[in-house]
Design a protein around this ligand. Structure first.
Ligand code: FAD
Length: 382
C-alpha cells in the first residue's frame, strides 16, 4: 500500500509528487506515455517564479517585452526589466520529474489510469500497464492528468470545466527578428475571443493561436501567410480556463489542468499547476496528520489554493469574458487610446505574467475611457 498515488507526470503532478516525496511519503506516480514530457503541447513561456520552484536546464531564451498587434496592423511594444523565460517544455517536465524520483517517488510510465474506488480506509486505483490491469491502494489520490482528466471523469462526474479554449501551435524553423520579445496578435483575423502568439526560441519559433470554436483549418488559414502548411507538424489541445467549483473529494484532489487551475486571460497553467500541486501536498500532509481524508478535511486544499491565487483567477476570468466580446473596431480604438507615453509607461514594467489582471486594472484606472470599449464594444460595420 502506498501513502499517495499521483496520476500524471506533467508539471503539476511531478511537483506534487516531489513535495510528497520530500516529506518522506511513499508515492506512486502513473504516466500514460512511455516517456515524461511527450507530446509537447505548450509554448513554454514562464515567469522567474516557476524557476524558483524547480531546478531545470531547459531554458532556451529569455525575453523582456511583447509586440502587441491590433486588427488594424498597428502594434505597440511593451517591455519590462524582469525577464520572461522560454523553456524546452519536454526537458522541463523531465527535470521536474527527475527531482521527484530523486526524492523516492516511484514513477511508472506507460501506465494509464482507468478507475478508482473509494473505501473506508483506502482508495483503490486500477491502471493498465503493458497490457495488464494492475490494482494499487493508497490513502489518497492526486488527479494531475491534464485537461481531459480521467480522474475527474471517474471521481467527479458532476464537475465540468465550464470554459475551455482550443489551441493550435507549430514549432517552425523561422527565426524571429526580435529575440527579446514575444508577439501577441489580437482580433478576429487571428482568434475567436482569445489571441494568437509567436514566441522566439532561438532558430525556431512557436507560433499558435487559441480561441472558442477554433479549428485546424482556421489556424492554417491564419498562419498560411507566415508558414508553409505542408511542412508543419501541428500540436495543441484544450486549455481549461475556468476552475472547477470543487477540486477536492473524499480521498482525492485535482491539481493543475485537471482542476481547471489555469490563468483564464493567458491560458498559462505551468505556474498555477505547480503551485496547486505544492498546495495539494501540504493539504495531504495535514490530512495524514489527522488520519482523516474525508471530503471535509480535503476541502482545506481548495481553501489554500484559492487564498494563494483564487482572486487573480476569478478577476482574470471576468476580464477574459469581457475581452472575448471586444470587436476589432473597439480593439483598434483601444490601440489609439493606449499608444501614448503616459499609458505605455504604465504598462511597461507593470506586467506580471502570473498576475495579468494587475496590468489590465492598472491601465483602466489610468484611462477609464477604455472601460466603455470593453463593456460596450462598437459593432463591426456590416
Ligand atoms: C498550445 C498550448 C500552449 C501553452 N503555452 C503555455 C505557456 O506558454 N505557458 C504556460 O504556463 N502554460 C501554457 N500552456 C498550458 C500548460 O501547457 C498547461 O497548463 C500545463 O501543462 C498543465 O500542467 P498539468 O501538469 O496540470 O497537466 P499536463 O501538462 O497536461 O500533464 C498531464 C499528464 O498526465 C498524463 N495523463 C493524462 N491522462 C492520463 C491517464 N489516464 N493516466 C496516466 N497519465 C495520464 C499526461 O500524459 C500528462 O503527462 C499551453 C497549453 C497549450 C495547449
Amino acid at each position: 500500500m502506498y501513502d499517495f498515488i499521483v496520476v500524471g507526470a506533467g508539471p503539476a503532478g511531478s511537483q506534487c509528487a516531489f513535495k510528497l516525496g520530500s516529506m518522506g511519503y511513499r508515492v506512486l506516480q502513473l504516466e500514460e506515455h512511455r516517456s515524461v514530457g511527450k507530446p509537447v503541447e505548450c509554448t513554454g513561456v514562464i515567469s522567474r517564479r516557476v524557476l524558483s520552484m524547480a531546478k531545470t536546464d531547459s531554458i532556451v531564451n529569455r525575453v523582456h517585452g511583447a509586440h502587441i498587434y491590433f486588427p488594424s496592423g498597428k502594434s505597440i511594444h511593451v517591455s519590462k526589466n524582469e525577464e520572461t523565460i522560454i523553456i524546452d517544455r519536454e526537458r522541463f517536465d523531465q527535470d521536474v520529474s527527475a527531482a521527484a524520483i530523486e526524492k523516492g517517488v516511484e514513477l511508472k510510465v506507460n501506465s494509464l489510469f482507468m478507475d478508482a474506488q473509494v473505501h473506508d480506509d483506502n482508495i483503490t486505483v486500477r491502471f493498465r500497464k503493458d497490457g495488464n490491469i494492475i490494482e494499487e491502494k493508497a490513502l489518497a489520490l492526486v488527479g494531475a492528468d491534464g485537461a481531459g482528466s480521467s480522474v475527474r471523469r471517474v471521481l467527479y462526474p458532476n464537475q465540468k470545466v465550464k470554459r475551455m479554449v482550443s489551441s493550435y501551435q507549430v514549432e517552425a524553423t523561422v527565426k524571429m527578428k526580435d529575440q527579446d520579445s514575444v508577439d501577441v496578435y489580437l482580433g478576429s483575423a487571428y482568434s475567436r475571443g482569445f489571441f494568437g502568439w509567436a514566441a522566439p526560441a532561438g532558430d525556431l519559433s512557436r507560433i499558435g493561436t487559441a480561441g472558442f470554436g477554433m479549428s485546424r483549418e482556421l489556424f492554417l488559414n491564419i498562419f498560411r501567410k507566415f508558414l508553409d502548411p505542408s511542412k508543419l507538424s501541428i500540436n495543441g489541445g484544450l486549455i481549461p480556463i475556468h476552475a472547477l467549483d470543487r477540486t477536492y473529494g473524499e480521498r482525492s484532489v485535482l491539481v493543475g489542468d485537471a482542476g481547471g487551475i489555469v490563468k483564464p486571460l493567458t491560458g498559462g497553467g505551468i505556474y498555477t499547476g505547480m503551485l496547486s500541486g505544492e498546495i495539494a501536498a501540504e493539504a495531504l500532509h495535514m490530512a495524514y496528520g489527522k488520519e482523516n481524508f474525508s471530503s471535509g478535511t480535503m476541502a482545506v486544499y481548495q481553501r489554500m489554493w484559492k487564498k494563494a491565487i483564487g482572486k487573480e483567477l476569478s478577476r482574470d476570468l471576468k476580464i477574459q469574458k469581457l475581452f472575448a466580446k471586444i470587436t476589432d473596431t473597439s480593439l483598434n480604438e483601444m490601440e489609439r487610446t493606449i499608444s501614448v507615453p503616459t499609458i505605455l509607461n504604465k504598462i511597461n514594467n507593470a506586467g506580471d505574467i502570473d498576475f495579468p489582471s494587475k496590468v489590465v486594472l492598472g491601465i483602466l484606472i489610468k484611462k477609464p475611457s477604455l472601460i466603455k470599449h470593453i463593456l460596450f464594444p462598437v459593432k463591426e460595420p456590416s
